[in-house]
Design a protein around this ligand. Sequence first.
Ligand SMILES: Cc1cc2nc3c(=O)[nH]c(=O)nc-3n(C[C@H](O)[C@H](O)[C@H](O)COP(=O)(O)OP(=O)(O)OC[C@H]3O[C@@H](n4cnc5c(N)ncnc54)[C@H](O)[C@@H]3O)c2cc1C
Length: 391
Amino acid sequence: MLTVTTPPDISTVGIVGGSLGGLFHAVALTELGLDVHVWERSTGRPDDRGAGIVLQPSVAWFLSEFCGVDADQVSVPVTHRQFFTRTGNVRIMPMRQQMISWGTIYKALRDTLPAERYHDGQPVTALTPTPAAATLHLGSTAHAVDLAIVADGSASLHRGLVAPESASRYAGYVAYRGVIDEADLPQELAACFRDRFSFYDGDRTQFLCYFIPGDFGTTAPGHRRMNWVWYVRADAPELEHITTDRNGIGHGLSLPPGLIAPQVRTDLLTRARSTLPQPLRELVEHTREPFLQAILDARVTRMRNDRLLLTGDAAFVVRPHTAASAEKAAADAITLFHALRQAQSADAALRAWEQLRLAEGAAIYGQGVGLGHRLGLSGMEAPVSTVGRAG
Ligand SMILES: Cc1cc2nc3c(=O)[nH]c(=O)nc-3n(C[C@H](O)[C@H](O)[C@H](O)COP(=O)(O)OP(=O)(O)OC[C@H]3O[C@@H](n4cnc5c(N)ncnc54)[C@H](O)[C@@H]3O)c2cc1C
């Protein structure tokens, strides 16, 4: 049992954004005995698109320590990495990792946080920092809290209150993604990927895939899902074209499953046939509803303004090659938990937290940009304000 002593000047916490970043903080700070509420603008259970996440140590620790979930039971192990060549040859090296899905982590966090502490369909329209406190505004209602945590993601509305100098940038490429039920894959094809984290590094492109849990977190072979990600360069007009859906509606920086325009899908299949080794090409062909996300960069030089904290993607948007975004959000929350647990004063705790998390965020950010560069994906970066306008 952890000994818990929180600084006397924090008892109420308001969290803006109820995705993984906000939930990690809500669960950890509730465990500290604080009075925590989360406000999430979207309604109902978010569509996780079945997407996969490489399980990293802080997330595994968090699930076990705070949610009572054994990560081994809800993740799919891989024992090796395999690297395809264009002609389909493979080079294999041992490397153990565990793959989990976004939805599995989300469910564990929601199941842990008392339901009455999560308010969905309630956007935080403004935040007002006040000395040693903050007020969250939800339309005409206002909630005063001792600490406000901004976890509103990469397009953060409130980032500027803490770090006015920072803005997101489009990294010049997108991640096409696909999720396929294992049962829908030909057995021979599925066997190519069993126990493997697979990669293909082509000319200024990268494809990767791995199995993740299926419905209800099941990890039984035959009931899992194949998750693939394909990084492809796209300049601003191309981004606008591929994120415009089958009804002519522009979605800006992403395109949800089920909406891809027929011509964009045809072009994706044509590109797969001319670019990818055969087993990977077949995965794209078997995907009913490919979707995509623009890759963004954002970094901050401050994560704290008095009693406002920036966390998760609202602070640093790191490239997915690092497989570290959920990990970073979990580590933000774990570090805050320990800082507050041991602190004599809230200010000292929050200062120490900011120092640690800024250093870590900057390091992962740099690593992600470097990986993108090494993969040849750089060269078409642009301010977010100039790309992918939603129609
Ligand atoms: C291609 C791709 C692959 C990825 N792969 C991985 C991976 O392998 N490993 C990994 O760790 N991560 C991966 N990620 C990233 C990961 O999903 C997130 O970075 C992580 O979950 C942290 O997100 P967050 O909670 O800070 O922000 P988000 O998930 O963006 O959540 C922000 C939340 O805030 C809400 N919100 C916004 N504004 C308001 C408002 N005004 N009021 C109330 N609510 C608001 C939003 O509705 C949303 O729910 C990947 C991302 C991409 C694009």
